[in-house]
Design a protein around this ligand. Structure first.
Ligand code: 7TS
Length: 442
């Protein structure tokens, strides 16, 4: 969905904004108009029951959103409602419950289609998550189109999910994995990336926003350069999807993958978007129920899109929950969420830079709401444990991006990652917590 002026003001109708914004609805249209005082964060927080939890007798400060984010009541209710009133298997029965369940499931597909502006529901494949989506492309598109000596191009900031499936494909086919380097800010060195696009490159697979660094890649430029040479592009949108408007037609990417659980929706489901023509030409991934039209012992005729790639009973309630999460996000408006989170990140970065002994890992010019850092003399795991004693949840570790850790010569980082329900006050609690632990242990 594209957010235009009138839609934006409509989307925000249920939320209470500061007066200056309410009297001037057209003011929502540019991200610069949202700030930390006129975004309805307290109302949003009230929609997430878990945020009222106390952890170690302290109010929860949940800053591990890049790993997974919390769920609003609307999503929880959609699952409870489905199991309480409408649940049966999908695409199978003529009975009422099966029809209701199928309608809700397919309606979620349509919401995903609108959310990323795909051209058709046929291009929306439900999978387990971003990881499964990439494996699917590797084992179907990859096996059909990539052979010994061909090259697959990724970047040095990929999550393991966008490295290992390609390594496996390379082992199976004799293809070669090429890696475009990054600089010390954590940005892709674009000139090097371009040099690695050769006549042998069969696929480019890059992360839209890095989970370890927060870097937002210049994906428009990457796609244009790859397409110029006739090379398709997969974008790993696991981190980008909850933070920015994603329009797959506008981007012109060939594949886009993401997990629902980072988008305020349940875990266990995710999306593979693919251009219809590419998906049509790809062989199926797994065999089983739902992905077939006709089966005999001699031969099987596969189902059409999107079902060709959806073998077996799907995670029905989680898909319905994803639909509810998209409705919830649309009410607030992704442009507003992006703008608010950008302010949170600026505020956190500014405060972090004032802490002596704190080094930010990942200072790209274009960054999403992720702050990775290390402290002199305190191991990231100890930072994580000590902050937990203050009720603060961050992630400490390699973030499934070990090559990034190697590049920055750190064993791990501490990572605070922000969502639309986080506040300036929570960042203050985090920064005070870091300062107090430097004082005690540093
Ligand atoms: N790609 C990126 C960029 C990711 O950040 C993640 C998960 C994945 C792929 C895989 O997603 P999944 O839902 O299939 O597991 N990233 C993280 C993280 O940063 N901390 O925990 C999971």
């Amino acid at each position: 969905m594209k957010y235009v002026a009138s839609e934006q003001s409509m989307l925000l109708k249920n939320y209470t904004f500061a007066e200056s914004v309410q009297v001037c609805p057209a003011a929502y249209t540019t991200p610069g108009d949202i700030n930390m005082t006129n975004f309805p964060v307290e109302k949003i927080r009230a929609d997430f029951p878990i945020l009222a939890e106390k952890i170690r007798n302290k109010p929860l400060v949940y800053l591990d959103n890049a790993a997974t984010c919390q769920k609003p009541q609307a999503v929880i209710d959609s699952i409870v409602h489905l199991y309480s009133h409408d649940y049966a298997n999908v695409h199978r029965g003529v009975h009422t419950l099966s029809v209701r369940s199928t309608d809700k499931f397919e309606s979620a597909r349509s919401k995903v289609k609108d959310f990323i502006n795909a051209a058709s529901e046929k291009e929306i494949i439900f999978v387990k998550g971003a990881t499964e989506a990439i494996n699917l492309v590797a084992q179907t598109f990859g096996k059909a189109n990539i052979k010994a000596g061909d090259e697959i191009l990724i970047t040095a900031m990929e999550h393991h999910s966008n490295i290992v499936p390609w390594q496996m494909l390379c082992e199976q086919t004799g293809a070669i994995l090429k890696v475009a380097p990054i600089n010390l800010q954590g940005e892709l060195i674009y000139a090097e990336f371009e040099k690695l696009l050769t006549d042998k490159t069969r696929l480019v697979s890059v992360v839209h926003m890095s989970n370890a660094l927060g870097t937002i890649n210049p994906v428009e430029k990457i796609i244009a350069a790859a397409h110029h040479k006739g090379i398709p592009v997969l974008l790993d949108g696991a981190q980008a999807i909850p933070h920015m408007v994603v329009d797959v037609q506008n981007l012109d990417c060939d594949f886009y993958v993401f997990s629902a659980h980072k988008l305020y929706a349940p875990a266990g489901v995710g999306v593979l978007y693919g251009k219809q023509a590419l998906l049509e030409a790809m062989p199926p991934y797994q065999g089983g129920g739902d992905m077939i039209r006709k089966v005999t012992f001699e031969a099987t005729e596969y189902n059409g899109l999107p079902y060709k790639f959806e073998a077996g009973t799907p995670s029905i309630a989680d898909v319905v929950g994803l639909g509810a999460a998209i409705d919830y996000i649309n009410e607030i408006g992704m442009v507003n969420i992006s703008a608010y989170e950008a302010k949170l990140l600026d505020y956190a970065t500014e405060k972090a830079k004032k802490i002596k002994g704190l080094r930010i890992i990942g200072e790209a010019e274009h960054k999403g709401a992720i702050l990775s850092f290390v402290l002199d003399k305190i191991h990231p795991h100890d930072i994580g444990t000590m902050l937990d004693s203050l009720g603060i949840a961050i992630r400490a570790g390699h973030h499934c991006a070990m090559p990034v850790m190697d590049f920055f010569a750190v064993p791990a980082t501490a990572r605070a990652s922000f969502a639309m329900y986080n506040t300036k006050e929570e960042i203050d609690v985090l920064m005070n917590g870091i300062e107090s632990l430097i004082e005690v242990f540093g």
